[in-house]
Design a protein around this ligand. Structure first.
Ligand code: NAP
Ligand code: MG
Length: 479
């Protein structure tokens, strides 16, 4: 294993030729201190990266699926071998606990393993014309140069969930990581380089000029794909830009997950699931349970047990092995947490746990439970993105479904049910792309990840994930 500083030195050195005078500081949210300074790429450098990706595209797309698969497999193995150092880079720039960072690193590495397996399994079809006149052959071709834009909350997994399928399909990529967390993405690029990815195939460009830089990339004639993970607001801006050249777009956007506890559910299991669904990554997940919708017959038990579990978490710098809850991403997010709690209370909610900004260094916010939040409270339309759990009560299943679906987004949802058939029936009625049924986690490399409504377009992971980086070509012939 390479130690963290050496790994960072190597990763940052790969961008030195691009660097010029212009860099920006990456901060540790647990201490507010500078970790490193990195390149802030210009739109001109982005264009050059896209040029290089275009040059590399021919031979990468033309390489055998097996050779791409073997490079991806090696990437997985190197990432696993370096996982502890990578986890520590994630902790440093993102703030999450070491446990969360280790889990993320393994999850992220798994996309390289999964797509090393998928790379050799892309096949087409042979069909017959109904009139009997011709045969119809289809194949999946690499779509072209892909632009990847990722958020700060899972700096490793959001990058690998895009890079791995893109490379497996035969695409070359230019990735712009979030400005809060560029270091992890640079380390992943270094791992790919060590695994033998040829020059020009993968470019990672940190930048403080995300708008102009991504705009330049989308205008580049070789770019045929945009895969974005981030807020719905920015996703809409990029969809409009992608329209100018009819660039194919995959969008993984914001969520506002309902967590429905039905009458008859096992309350202890529901609380265990709630802790995962709410608190993985300190609540800073697009899949995070955002609205707890609990049947009146179990609401008071649920709130008591859940508040006790939330209250037992140790908050502190992620690098401390005892910490279970790190800081939120920055000071602005810390202030937003307080505003959301105040809003929930103004609507009639009662703070059962937490609810105020602690003093001292770092952007910490405590685990917070607000009970009795009315189902129509405005705060329930906000994506919380932090360790705050508003709980609302329902009296009929129809009411629970109505509340669960009463938002413009639809990424994940959770249902806890004693009766599996009832749970499945409610799961089917949720307007979301992914449901955890008696489970607090939905993410898996083998699962198609994505949302409906304003949560996005397309899917990542599973076989669906590689298809996003391909175009179907059809050949009609006869014999
Ligand atoms: P964000 O502000 O939308 O930023 C995401 C990425 O877009 C960053 O790399 C950012 O760069 C870049 N960006 C910002 N403005 C841009 C513009 N005008 N043009 C081009 N790029 C631009 O989101 P975030 O605050 O990092 O992440 C939180 C959001 O991501 C939440 O809404 C969350 O739900 C969503 N998310 C969704 C999923 C999913 O799979 N559905 C997964 C994780 C997170 P800079 O950092 O340089 O601004
Ligand atoms: Mg942002």
């Amino acid at each position: 294993m390479t130690d963290v500083q050496t790994l960072l030195d190597a990763a940052i050195a790969t961008t030195d030729p691009w660097r010029g005078d212009d860099g920006f500081d990456v901060l540790d949210p647990a201490t507010d201190e500078v970790i490193r300074s990195v390149l802030s790429a210009t739109p001109e450098q982005a264009r050059q990266a896209a040029d290089a990706a275009q040059v590399a595209l021919g031979s990468w797309a033309g390489s055998t699926p097996r050779s791409r698969a073997e490079i991806l497999r090696r990437t997985f193995e190197i990432m696993e071998a370096e996982s502890e150092s990578i986890a520590r880079v994630i902790v440093a720039e993102n703030g999450k606990s070491l446990v969360d960072a280790r889990n993320e690193t393994h999850y992220a590495a798994d996309f390289f393993r999964w797509y090393s397996e998928e790379a050799v399994r892309l096949s087409g079809t042979l069909g017959h014309s109904p009139s009997g006149g011709n045969r119809i052959l289809t194949t999946h071709k690499p779509i072209g140069v892909a632009v990847l834009v990722t958020p700060w909350n899972f700096p490793a997994a959001m990058a690998t969930r895009k890079i791995a399928p893109a490379l497996a399909a035969g695409c070359t990529v230019v990735l712009k990581p979030a400005s809060e967390t560029p270091l992890t993405a640079l380390v992943i690029a270094e791992v790919l380089r060590r695994a033998g990815v040829p020059d020009g195939v993968v470019h990672v460009l940190p930048s403080r000029r995300s708008g102009p830089l991504v705009g330049e990339l989308l205008a580049h004639p070789a770019v045929r794909k945009l895969s974005f993970t981030g807020s719905t607001e920015v996703g809409k801006v990029l969809l409009r830009q992608a329209a100018d050249r009819v660039v194919n777009a995959s969008m993984e956007l914001g969520g506002n997950a309902p967590f429905v506890v039905l009458p008859g559910a096992d309350i202890e299991a529901a609380v265990d699931g709630a802790m995962i669904a709410k608190m993985r990554n300190g609540g800073q997940a697009c899949t995070a349970a955002n609205r707890f919708i609990v049947h009146e017959s179990v609401a008071s038990d649920f709130v008591d047990l859940f508040s006790a579990a939330m209250g037992s978490l140790t908050m502190g710098p992620g690098v401390d092995e005892r910490s279970q809850l790190g800081p939120v991403i920055n000071r602005k997010a810390q202030q937003e947490m307080q505003a959301l709690v105040d809003q929930a209370v103004a609507s009639g909610g009662r703070t059962r746990l937490g609810g105020s900004v602690p003093g001292g260094a770092g952007s910490f916010y405590p685990a917070t439970v607000v009970a009795d939040v009315p189902g129509d409270a405005p705060v329930l339309q906000e994506e919380i993105f932090g360790p705050i759990a508003p709980v609302s009560v329902f009296d009929s299943v129809d009411e629970a479904v109505r509340l669960a679906n009463s938002t413009e987004v639809g990424l994940a949802g959770y249902v806890y049910a004693g009766d599996l058939a009832q749970g499945l029936a409610v799961a089917e009625r949720l307007e979301v792309g992914m449901v955890g049924l008696n489970r607090g986690a939905v993410s898996d490399p083998a699962a198609p990840f994505g949302g409906v409504k304003e949560s996005g377009l397309g899917r990542e992971g599973a076989q669906e994930g590689i298809l996003e980086y391909t175009e179907v070509q059809m050949i009609a012939t006869q014999w």
